[in-house]
Ligand binder design. Structure first.
Ligand code: FES
Length: 106
């Protein structure tokens, strides 16, 4: 199972085992990672699953859709590496993925 590390804004780290085929958002909510509310249930309609993708991992993810880009624009504290975690599918290749949470999601 791929492992994903979530780092909260205060530096708290949680590494979880994620099921391939689910989304990074679902991996977080499955393990009660705080800060990922996922109000819309993964439908790219709320931006409460906003995360930052660490370093070189960005290039290894499928690019965001136009719909995801538009919804990211609605989030707070947007950065170049902002993504919506509900739009990132978990795959075996993502083992070791590091995700950081924005200050607005504590
Ligand atoms: S869960 Fe709502 S946009 Fe991701």
């Amino acid at each position: 199972m791929p492992k994903i590390t979530f780092i909260e804004h205060d530096g708290t780290e949680r590494t979880v085992e994620a099921d391939a085929g689910r989304s990074v958002m679902q991996a977080a909510t499955d393990h009660l990672v705080p800060g990922i509310l996922a109000d819309c249930g993964g439908n790219c309609a709320c931006a409460t699953c906003h995360v930052y993708v660490d370093g070189s991992w960005r290039a290894r993810l499928p690019p965001p859709s136009n719909e995801e880009r538009e919804m990211i624009d609605c989030a707070l504290h947007v950065q170049e590496n902002s993504r919506l975690s509900c739009q990132i599918p978990v795959t075996a290749e993502l083992d070791g993925l590091v995700i950081r949470l924005p200050e607005s999601q504590t």
